[in-house]
Design a protein around this ligand. Sequence first.
Ligand code: SAH
Length: 264
Amino acid sequence: MGKVWFVGAGPGAPDLITVRGARLLSEAGAILYTGSLVAKTVLEWAPEGCEIADSKSMDLQQVTAWLLERAQRHETVVRLQTGDPTLYGVLAELARPLDEAGIPVGIVSGVSSAMASAAAAGECLTLPEVTQTVIFTRLSGRTQMPERESFASLAAHQCTLCIFLSIERIQAVADHLIAAGWQAGAPVVVVHKATWPDEELVLRGTLQDIAERCREAKVERQALILVSPALGARARTATQPSKLYDAAFPRRFRPARPSGAATD
Ligand code: SAH
């Protein structure tokens, strides 16, 4: 009996899968991927003769049946997920029947689109003294948000928010943020298809105009919304330097120096 691996494909660029993920693809007897979300170029790692299927038109039961069946025939079966497999996927639902059947399951991390979007935009998700917390969230859709995680209550923290699965309701996102106390002129970054070869698009705007910008650019799917008091930090001069590189701040591999001493 084989092992089923849930592998993070990363956000799109084929060289943003992990080395471990690429190795598993290259050893796989069968690979099931989501055609609409995973860039096909990631499949360049698959060996010749590997069975490759798209789960786009399968329901959960069909995906489960496919994985169970292939695990009887192949040593390595890969379920390729977009970004990181532990975020906004159906990993638990898919792994449960495999667990029940006694089929070993492994999970390989991937670069989440949250990180890839920040990198594409040249932004940081945290900034010393400004924000040290990142919330990954979404608006309610077919999946209802648990009541204690209402978007309004999360927005009130005014820290960094990486908002998944909500681009079609970007106006509602902006309205919620303004209602929660964000300035209408606060910057917003929307990244469409971060790192996809030739398809990445970075849109910048404010809470007031970002919905219009998305409409103009026809960005309606597969985009991440970033709002954060850290946005645009590189263009500002007065941000606090990180303590990590402060010469007076002792670190494990570097003793503290008296302030004013030369740094390396
Ligand atoms: N597990 C994935 C998220 C899957 S949910 C991850 O870790 O990234 C799908 C949502 O992720 C999309 O609606 C979109 O908000 C975001 N997303 C996935 N790939 C993206 C990409 N390349 N660029 C921007 N957003 C992306």
